[in-house]
Design a protein. Sequence first.
Length: 663
Amino acid sequence: MSPHLYESAEMEPLEPRVAHSEKELRALYDERGAAARSQESRSGLWISVAVYLLFAITDILLIPDVAIYTVSARFLLAALVLTVIELQYRYNVQTTWLDFTCALTIVSGYLVWLLPASETVFKQTFSYYMIFGAIFMMGANLFFSLRFLMSVITSGLVLVIFLLALFEFSSDWAYRITLVVFYVSCFAFSSHINWKLNRERFNVFLKALEAEARQNEAIERGQALLRLSRTDSLTGLKNRRAIDESLREYWREWKQSGRNFAAMLIDVDYFKKFNDYYGHQEGDGCLVFVAEALSHVVKNHEATIGRYGGEEFLVLARARSKRQIAELTEAMRRAVEDLGLVHEKRHDGMSVVTVSIGGAFTRKQIGTKFEKIIHEADRALYLAKANGRNCVRLFDPADLEFGAESEDIALWLNEAIAQDLVALAYQPILDIRTGRMEAVETLMRLKAPDGSSISPNLFVPIAERTGAIIELGRWAVEKACTEMLVENRIEMVTVNVSPIQLKAPGFAASVGAILSETGVAGQRLAFEITEGLDLERQPEIATCISDLRALGINIWLDDFGTGFASLSWLRLIDFDTVKIDRSFLHDAGLPRGKAMFQDMISLVRNHGHKILIEGVETEEQMAFLRKLGIDKAQGFLVGRPVPARSYPPRDPNRPQTLTRKLA
């Protein structure tokens, strides 16, 4: 597989939020302030009209002869203007048209009043009254939020109208100069204030825009950091924290609304060997490819996927039926296998990267904690790996392998040594030719905390599945050496060893340490190995057996004939003794079974191995074995399993026979 380059999850660049050109800023200013300016124009016009109408009182007091005209003009204009502004506001016309209406109202209001008012006979009073015209000028610049240019034009028109009326109305140059200076000063002063106000409003907008941009940047950066904290940097999937949150959400919905879901744990097979052989960079690339393949499968389902840790992934999916989940898990397994990522160090018949999958479903009896479904999925995953990997197992509470009793036994096995729940019994092995007790087989016994016994057929597979067999097996070897060999109760002890122990790193070294600590010679110890794996695909087992032989330990093949790889084991390993399974002896009572039994003995004998027959229960069976020249026998006729105390220390001057009864 070629190196795979991948990109880690990074924060996305923030989009610019502030325009840079003056034109763009002005356009944004108009857009942002349109609604507020519309409301201000409307409310400002209503207030101005109200004040404008209140000046009708002044008309009546100062120019009563034309008051009827000026007041009528005021009310007519007010009604017209308010109608127009309300229609514009209701139909949401552009703010520019509202501003234009306000500006036109100011000029019209001044002109509509000035024309009839100038016809009054109270000339002197009117000459004073004209000063209030400056209010219209200042209103354009100060009382409305008009653009600077529009406010200047509006107040300028008021100024021009005033000057025309002034020179038409009065010929007094002192009076003209005084009012001209006053009006021009008001115009200049209010225009300057208006310019500053507009500039200040724009500056406030810019500062608000900058603050908004900073806030948005902080929010986006925070969201990016949140995404990073919830994303696996290698695969881009949800990380352990995020997928746990999704699991809680799925669990909450199931509890509240009954929406069933399944949890599927996916483990990359032999990933450590892949990483060690190809290197960490290729290992990372492998995980990326696997993540992409899994994501592609689940994207069309109502599912969530995340990296659960190391080479393990977790998929959560709505479960409308078990068949649907079975199809999904098989599709994921097949998708990874179809990638064709080369994995040359597997030695299990496969040469590409594959995954094992364990799934579990929500159900009424699952319990109240969401961790339970993960625990059940993990148990299913372990069985998938124990069954040869590259396969799928779904948790089934009706299956004995998944039952509550199995779970209890798994817990007891972890505490067996510390809680004194495990003990050893020893069953004698007879040398048929000499009649001597040549050895004893070590048999493990387990009891529940309540004292009841648990069958080895039940607890041994669980110990192998959970990995507890590693520690229990080491303890059994040490205990057997201490109880039987150090005390010199027997010449040789055999101990059953699981292939899982042989595959465990450092097993041979740990046995060597036990022999050194107890002072027992390796030749006094034999390991009984049950065939069942293809040794050509499990070279580490052959290597471990070779290391054990170097310690002087005898290697026996147990239960020969019951596994699928019997002949290859005989071909590849030089066993000291081969134990033929009891079923073949019991079938020898029939002609066909007898012929098969004799053929099997011939096959083993031709390979040069000693033969031990187990399950001997009658004198007739023993006589039959003597006739066939069998080397060793074991069974209830020879002796039942008993504790170590039933074997007294040997007298080195007397051979150990089976004349005494072993209860």
